[in-house]
Design a protein around this ligand. Structure first.
Ligand code: NAP
Length: 224
């Protein structure tokens, strides 16, 4: 299916690895030039070179901390300088601390909101005039953890698996199988599966989607 993304410019936050890296890759493969934003300069540079070469598109790293007030403006500035605009914004950056609601400190809560809430709001506001002119699309990657679990196999999950293996005394492979079974999943999702979904949602093929919330969790969220 041609998603009509050739020649578009996408700004992806949290693109130095995991789901954001997979989204940047999926969009580049669909013909987008990409501004890949995160904090880790080295990982971003490597990703930009690999994806850019494989997809034959321009992938430009932008180093910014999404919790900082000017983080959004800096990333949009890079997109405007390098290309004419971003047509697509993917808000994905996130590493909020998991844990018991009472055990998390106020600082943990603040940190989470600074990144996952205000970071997304700031980016969207900074990009909005350009997205409106394009007209473009915004895809927000959020989590279903407030209701149920549907983990994707990235570093976040591996850190959790390592803790789980330590607590249970299981080997990593067995811990991986056991945790998936506990959550009642046949397997964990792969970042590329989110990448493909995000590319579709950002495309002209999804123009009739508006404010849709999509669970990509292999049925972990039970619905009729
Ligand atoms: N994995 C899952 O099971 C799962 C499930 C549901 C939702 N999600 C959501 O998917 C998104 C990506 O998760 P992931 O599993 O791919 O996580 P990950 O592998 O830990 O990647 C997180 C990304 O966010 C960036 N990031 C973190 N803090 C940042 C900051 N302050 N400023 C700028 N960038 C920052 C990281 O880059 P740097 O460290 O280089 O800055 C990295 O690129 C998150 O929003 C998460 O809530 C994940």
């Amino acid at each position: 299916m041609d998603l009509g993304l050739t020649g578009k410019v996408a700004l992806v936050t949290g693109a130095s690895g995991g789901i954001g890296g997979a989204i940047a890759e999926a969009l580049a493969r669909q013909g987008c030039d990409v501004v890949a934003a995160a904090r880790s300069a080295e990982a971003l540079q490597e990703l930009a070179e690999t994806i850019g070469r494989d997809a034959n598109r321009q992938v430009v790293p932008c180093i910014a901390d999404r919790r900082e007030a000017d983080g959004g403006a800096r990333a949009v500035g890079t997109a405007e300088e390098e290309f004419r605009c971003p047509d697509i914004l993917v808000n994905n950056a996130g590493s909020t601390k998991r844990g018991d609601v009472f055990a998390l400190s106020e600082g943990d809560w603040r940190e989470g909101f600074a990144l996952k809430f205000f970071g997304y709001v700031r980016m969207t506001r900074a990009c909005w005039p350009l997205l409106k002119a394009a007209p473009g699309a915004v895809v927000n990657i959020i989590a279903i953890g407030g209701r149920t679990q549907g983990p994707i196999e990235t570093n976040r999950l591996w850190a959790r698996l390592e803790r789980y293996a330590e607590e249970t005394g299981l080997g990593l492979e067995e811990a991986r199988r056991r945790l998936a079974r506990e959550i009642r999943l046949a397997r964990f999702g792969q970042a590329a599966e989110i990448g493909d979904a995000a590319a579709f949602l950002a495309s002209t093929r999804a123009h009739y989607f508006q404010g849709a919330l999509i669970d990509i969790d292999s049925g972990a969220t039970r619905t009729m």
